[in-house]
Design a protein around this ligand. Structure first.
Ligand code: CA
Length: 223
């Protein structure tokens, strides 16, 4: 795991860095809230943040709140000094996923981090929609009016390309480049054939969402 430790106790930071490193984790450290926020918002590869509540510039609660406000979904394990109910509640309210009371056993920290790493992302991947068509880029599933439709990989890519640019006219070449990114020599007629298949699979009235723009290409009707 790639872990950020935000903690101003130098001894604890050094210890965690060494132990987590021995367990083959990649560890970044920050001694202040500002530094922690900067690393957390610029590093998209982080798997977890170990966040101390008592930091010199801002509290860990504020850091967690700010990260969530900025859309970060990285699991946060909060380190609190006291086992007080109000601290725990505030920690979880601020967007932390779990908390650990100091002093703690290293094994327990590891176990909590492992549990956080296994947790599925809290938000579902965004679905692209037009009329009755719904395409989920995460699961690669397409549904029309809630009923799932089986598409080939190319059909899926063409539909995805159109859904990503609703209302825009896309040329056959643009669709070719998107669905066949490796420069396979194909004629624009191939795109026509795939659009035909795609409309058949989507069925009426969903098929009407894909409009032909004569002599140019295709456009996805919005809404
Ligand atoms: Ca502290």
């Amino acid at each position: 795991m790639h872990i950020l430790v935000v903690e101003d106790d130098t001894r604890l930071v050094r210890l965690l860095k060494r132990l987590l490193g021995q367990d083959r984790h990649i560890v970044e450290t920050a001694m202040t809230a500002a530094e922690g926020l900067e690393i957390a918002t610029s590093n998209l590869e982080l798997d977890a943040i170990v966040l101390d509540v008592g930091l010199p510039d801002k509290s860990g609660f504020e850091v967690a709140r700010e990260l969530r406000r900025k859309g970060s979904q990285v699991p946060i394990l909060m380190l609190t000094a006291r086992d007080s109910v109000s601290d725990r509640v505030e920690g979880l309210d601020s967007g932390a996923d779990d908390y650990l009371v100091k002093p703690f056993a290293y094994e327990e920290l590891l176990a909590r981090l492992r549990a956080l790493g296994r947790r599925p992302p809290t938000r579902k991947s965004a679905a692209l929609r037009a009329g009755p068509i719904e395409l989920d880029e995460g699961t690669r599933r397409v549904a029309v009016a809630g009923k799932s439709v089986d598409l080939s990989q190319r059909e899926f890519s063409i539909l995805e390309c159109l859904l990503r640019r609703p209302g825009q006219v896309l040329s056959r070449d643009q669709l070719l480049d998107y669905a066949w990114p490796y420069g396979v020599a194909l004629t624009p007629n191939t795109v026509e054939a795939y659009i035909h298949l795609l409309r058949e699979k989507l069925g009426d009235p969903a098929a009407a969402q894909i409009e032909t723009v004569r002599g140019v290409g295709y456009r996805l009707r919005e809404g």
